[in-house]
Write a protein that binds this ligand. Sequence first.
Ligand code: ATP
Ligand code: MG
Length: 455
Amino acid sequence: MCKDDTAALTVIGIINRGNNYGKIYKYELLYNCPERQMRLMNKTISMEDIWELYGVRSNPFSTSPILVRGGNLPLECFVGRQEQVKRLARIFGSAGGSRTLVYGDVGMGKTSFVNFVRAHAMMQGFFTPFKEIAILDAWNPDEFVHNTLAGIYSTLKLMRSKPISKAVYSKLAALVEGVTSKTIGGSVAGTGGTYSELKQSPVKLTSYFLQQLFQEIVSDISAKTRHDVIIHYNNLDLMEEAEISQLFNNLRDFLQTPKVHFVIVGSLATHTYIQNMPRLSSILSDTPIHIDEMTLPEVKSIIKKRFEALRISDKLNYIIPFKDECLAALFKLYGGNIRNILNSLSPAALEVTSEKPVILDISSLSKTLKRILGERYLSKLTKKEKEMLLVMVKYEEVTNKELAESTRVARPNVSTYVAKLQKAGCAYLRRKEGKDKFWSVDPRVKWMLLKEITK
Ligand SMILES: Nc1ncnc2c1ncn2[C@@H]1O[C@H](COP(=O)(O)OP(=O)(O)OP(=O)(O)O)[C@@H](O)[C@H]1O
Ligand SMILES: [Mg+2]
């Protein structure tokens, strides 16, 4: 047994926490002691271990969305949004099909909201693919339909009792898994051909075939479940206005398939784009649902519910590593954006915890977050770049032109600094309008404002 095992593990623990990367394999750090190397080669120390000190099984500040099934965070962790939940539930409850846009700023809780309502619909017998379908900006209409079918298939595959006939399921399996015509055989969607024949002439028939198959699946599932089908698309915010217009104009018929509730999630910009497209907005069933910022009591309630849900045992207490004043300060800093609040609490707790639980007050929170910011982000920057960042942090979004005017730095130099800040992860391109690029600082950079806010 090597004497300095504990020391090595502590170092590794700190490195793990410092890097904020979860599991790191220890052998990278071990030297001198073959016995220890052998023993630790296959073992990992996880950042998650520190949460035991707080009486919980895993990170209560995780930023993963609440999932329809199988997530780390149970549905009971969902808080608020009563009005919006009621509206979407009512839309799902009115038979026939619908198209709903759910929109809001990044990290406000859009995915969790739709998942929460879908999970409840599922409990009532609706079929919905578990995982939301993430739209990619390069998709053409056929890829959109194909990926919808793949989403349906991956959930059906997991279900022991499938709400679909064997024949239609095999056809779908053949399409998604790429099986040959032998498996499918027979007639496809009333065309008299097989899938492989259709596949050989995709230009004319693929769209038709895919959409027919989709309709066949929906009729089959809705007959068996006696409910409509719900399909949730995420990430429309990755697409530019022209791409959205082109894609959805070609999908108008598909999106009006009876007995399907389509929910499409996008950003604030997506909402504006769609409002400017009468052909598309006219097929929406209701006014879009806005997911806005949380209230402070809601944020507190989310944290409490997560600790309750993740606690190691009912017989043990849990410890929340922050005083309420920390939540209030972060709430103010981020205007109620729950993702940014969680993304601040998690690294702060990890940074200060080693052998015992710690409860941070506002001054230790602000010191800790500023230290992390300095070490991980600002240390890579030159003095001039830091000065530029200090100016940028005051704006919600800013162009190079505005920065040049307010700092009196020449425009080409501003571009160079901003490009460097972007590369260092301190700034990102928020949106483009014509030739203008609007930049924002990474939410973590706002940690530098914490003290000012609490004054
Ligand atoms: N109503 C809520 N109740 C409890 N937790 C929530 C709620 N809304 C969001 N969260 C939590 O906040 C975090 C961000 O939520 P989510 O991923 O759903 O946001 P989003 O708006 O979909 O983000 P993005 O813009 O990146 O897609 C997640 O950890 C989620 O669990
Ligand atoms: Mg999301």
